[in-house]
Write a protein that binds this ligand. Structure first.
Ligand code: 4NP
Length: 158
């Protein structure tokens, strides 16, 4: 059985990447592909290691039926380039930070998550210093790109 491992990456791993983690994981489960598509998330920064998602991100996600309460923040590490096939950054700075960390023999996909979406945006804006509407925008962008990512991975797994 083919398997693909996806890591969502943002700065703190408490707002954007756990939102993507929770939403994409549910989408994969609903599609019955949970044995084939494995998901995790991490942050480039270390400030929030071990903490649950930001309460504003959790509340916004719960409003759309996604429970993020089991997730805990961790920091991305070089081994992630050995363990994952897709490392998907939420913004350009996250991508640059990942490129600086990448193992030289990494053969997977390192890129921006929103390249799989149809919003026309390249980055999921950081909602940390924003208001409720910023967290709703994160959900909109993540839902859109998650659909595109799932369609792409289905083709890889066929
Ligand atoms: P995230 O948001 O990268 O989407 O998890 C942030 C969380 C924390 C901070 C910045 C962004 N911070 O500066 O602590």
């Amino acid at each position: 059985m083919k398997q693909v491992k996806v890591l969502f990456v943002c700065l703190g791993n408490i707002c954007r990447s756990p939102t993507a983690h929770g939403i994409f994981e549910k989408m994969v489960r609903d599609a019955g592909l949970q044995e084939q598509i494995l998901i995790d998330s991490a942050g480039t920064g270390d400030w929030h290691i071990g903490r649950p998602p930001d309460r504003r991100a959790s509340a916004a996600a719960l409003g759309r039926g996604h429970d993020l309460s089991n997730l805990r923040a961790r920091q991305v590490c070089p081994e992630d380039f050995r363990d994952f096939d897709y490392l998907l950054a939420m913004d350009q700075q996250n991508l640059w930070d990942l490129q600086a960390l990448a193992l030289p023999d990494f053969k997977g996909h390192l890129g921006l998550f929103l390249d799989f979406g149809n919003s026309g945006l390249k980055e999921v804006p950081d909602p940390y210093y924003g208001g409720e509407d910023h967290f709703e925008q994160v959900l909109d962008l993540v839902e859109d790109a998650s659909s595109g990512l799932l369609a792409h991975l289905r083709e890889q797994l066929d």
